[in-house]
Design a protein around this ligand. Structure first.
Ligand code: SME
Length: 167
């Protein structure tokens, strides 16, 4: 059974993500602080991490970036594997209420019951994703999905900004 996240908490965390975005000097710093924020404040978000597409690698591969939670054996994921691969290749958020019933699932921890993966876009192209695992089944409702998509968008916009400054 799903346990809904408190909407007030979601709103507070969204505002804190905005503050972290203002405080971060780079997209990389923002990604690190978002993993810390979501893992600390959202009690059902037991593993929070970014996978980013490795530039220039063919076929494309997602590489583990900043994360909070248990070590994972999946540090490099091709686009045809896992829930992570499905989200990056489709460019769509994937929510899995029961990972043990999804044949795509690549196990990270035996405790994981549900997962959400949200693509990060830079100028309309997928460049990575924000992946969250929960020890609770069906942990990601509509409000959670909106929060995670909001955080992924902040990172995408920040990557765009960083790359235009670098030029
Ligand atoms: N479960 C993911 C792999 C990454 S770990 O959850 C950290 C997947 O199925 O793609």
């Amino acid at each position: 059974m799903a346990i809904a996240s408190n909407p007030k908490k979601i709103d507070e965390v969204r505002k804190e993500a905005d503050r972290l975005n203002s405080a971060a000097r780079t997209a990389d710093q923002l990604m690190e602080s978002i993993t810390l924020l979501l893992n600390k404040e959202m009690l059902k978000y037991n593993w929070v991490g970014f996978y980013m597409l490795e530039p220039g690698t063919e076929p494309p591969v997602l590489v583990l970036g900043h994360y909070q939670g248990a070590m994972t054996p999946h540090t490099r994921i091709p686009l045809n594997q896992g829930i992570c691969g499905a989200a990056a290749s489709s460019g769509k958020t994937v929510v899995v209420d029961d990972v043990n019933n999804d044949p795509r699932y690549l196990a990270c921890s035996l405790e994981t019951k549900s997962e959400i993966v949200v693509p990060v876009f830079m100028r309309g192209k997928v460049v990575g994703e924000l992946d969250i695992d929960s020890h609770f089944p069906a942990a990601f409702g509509t409000d959670d999905r909106e929060l995670v998509e909001y955080c992924a968008q902040l990172v995408g916009k920040r990557l765009e900004k960083d790359s235009s400054v670098a030029k």
